[in-house]
Design a protein around this ligand. Structure first.
Ligand code: PSU
Ligand code: MN
Length: 314
C-alpha cells in the first residue's frame, strides 16, 4: 500500500478557489457522492458541470470536493470531474470514518455530505449545495442506520443547502435527531420540511427565512454566537419539476422492499435506493433530481454572495 505523509498542505485547494477565499469572495462547496454514486453516467457529468455553471452565474466560485488518489481536493478540474463521473461507483464512497484510510492508501473516493462539510470547513468555505442530506433510516430502531451526515451537522459549521431529505428516510426521526443536536433546520420560503422530489412533507419546521440576505444574517449570527453546528437550509424543488407525493411514496415503498429482499445494508443502501427509484420511475426521478440540485446550487451561491457582501461591509 502506498503511503503519504499527513503533512501540512495535505488538503489541495484549487488555485481559483484559494484566490477567491483569500479575496473574501463567495465560494460554494459541492459534493461528489451525488456524482459518483447518486446518478448514472453520463447525466452525472452533465449535472456536475451544470451545477458549477449555476454557481458561477450567481457570481460565486464552485468547489467540487473529492479525494483524488489519496489527496483531499477542494475544487476539481474538468479532467478530475470527468474521471469521477465516468468511473462512478468504482470510486469509494467516503464518509468521515473512511477518510484517513483513503488518504493513507492513496485511494480515490467521492465525499458524502459529511465529508464534504468537513473538508469545506478545513478550507474555510461556509456554504455547500447538494441534493438531499442523509438521515435516520426507516426501521433505524432495529438497524441503527443513522447517516453520519447528521453527526457532522452537529459538529461542523457549514451551511448545507438541500431539498430536505428523501422519504427513503424517516423524516420525523431525522428532524428529532437534528433538534437534539442543536442543528437549525431552516425552511427557505416554506414552513414545511421539503421531501426532495416533493415540495413539502407533513413535517412543520420551526425556522424559516425568505431571502438570501435573511439566510446570510442567520449564518452570521450562528457564527457570532460561537455555535459549532452547521445549518440545514431546506429549499423546496421548483413546482414545475416536482413529482406527486403519492407516486414518490409508491416508488420508495417498492425500492425499500427490493432492498430488503436483496439484503442491501450499510453504506450501499442509499445508492441502491436512489438507483432503484430512478429505474422504477423511468427516469422521471432523475430529471427532478438534476433540477433540484441546480436550484440548490443557485440559492447557495446567492447566500454565499450575501455573506461575502456582509463581510466586505463589516
Ligand atoms: N441523498 C440523496 N442523494 C444522495 C445522497 C443522499 O438524495 O446522493 C448521498 C449524499 O452524499 C449523502 C449520502 O451524504 O448519500 C448519505 O449516505 P449514508 O446514508 O450512507 O450516510
Ligand atoms: Mn447508513
Amino acid at each position: 500500500m502506498k503511503t503519504i505523509d499527513p503533512a501540512p498542505g495535505l488538503l489541495h485547494v484549487a488555485p481559483e478557489v484559494a484566490q477567491a477565499l483569500a479575496d473574501g469572495r463567495a465560494v460554494v462547496a459541492l459534493e461528489s457522492t451525488i456524482v459518483a454514486h447518486g446518478m448514472p453516467w453520463p447525466r452525472n457529468l452533465e449535472t456536475a458541470r451544470r451545477v458549477e455553471t449555476e454557481v458561477r452565474a450567481q457570481g460565486a466560485v464552485p468547489a467540487t470536493i473529492a479525494v483524488v488518489a489519496g489527496r483531499p481536493c477542494v475544487g476539481l478540474d474538468d479532467t478530475e470531474l470527468q474521471a469521477l463521473a465516468r468511473e462512478g461507483p468504482r470510486w469509494l464512497k467516503l464518509s468521515r470514518r473512511d477518510l484517513a484510510h483513503a488518504v493513507a492508501g492513496g485511494h480515490s473516493g467521492a465525499t458524502t455530505v459529511a465529508t464534504t462539510m468537513l473538508l469545506a470547513a478545513r478550507a474555510g468555505i461556509d456554504v455547500f449545495a447538494t441534493g438531499g442530506i442523509g438521515g435516520v433510516h426507516r426501521g433505524a430502531a432495529q438497524s441503527f442506520d443513522i447517516s453520519a451526515d447528521l453527526q457532522e451537522l452537529a459538529r461542523t459549521p457549514v451551511t448545507v443547502v438541500c431539498a430536505g431529505a428523501k422519504s427513503i428516510l424517516d423524516l420525523g426521526l431525522t428532524l428529532e435527531y437534528l433538534e437534539t443536536q442543536g442543528v437549525p433546520v431552516v425552511g427557505y420560503g416554506t414552513d414545511r420540511l421539503p421531501a426532495f422530489f416533493v415540495r413539502e412533507s407533513p413535517h412543520t419546521l420551526a425556522l424559516r427565512v425568505d431571502s438570501p440576505a435573511e439566510a446570510a444574517a442567520l449564518v452570521r449570527a450562528q457564527r457570532a454566537l460561537g455555535l459549532e453546528q452547521g445549518i440545514v437550509l431546506a429549499n423546496p424543488i421548483d413546482a414545475a419539476h416536482a413529482l406527486p407525493a403519492d407516486r414518490v411514496e409508491a416508488l420508495i415503498a417498492q425500492a425499500l422492499d427490493d432492498a430488503a429482499r436483496e439484503g442491501v445494508a450499510g453504506k450501499a443502501i442509499t445508492p441502491y435506493l436512489l438507483a432503484r427509484v430512478n429505474a422504477l420511475s423511468g427516469g422521471d426521478s432523475l430529471a427532478a433530481n438534476v433540477e433540484l440540485v441546480a436550484g440548490n446550487a443557485r440559492l447557495a451561491a446567492r447566500v454565499a454572495v450575501a455573506l461575502a457582501q456582509a463581510r466586505q461591509t463589516g
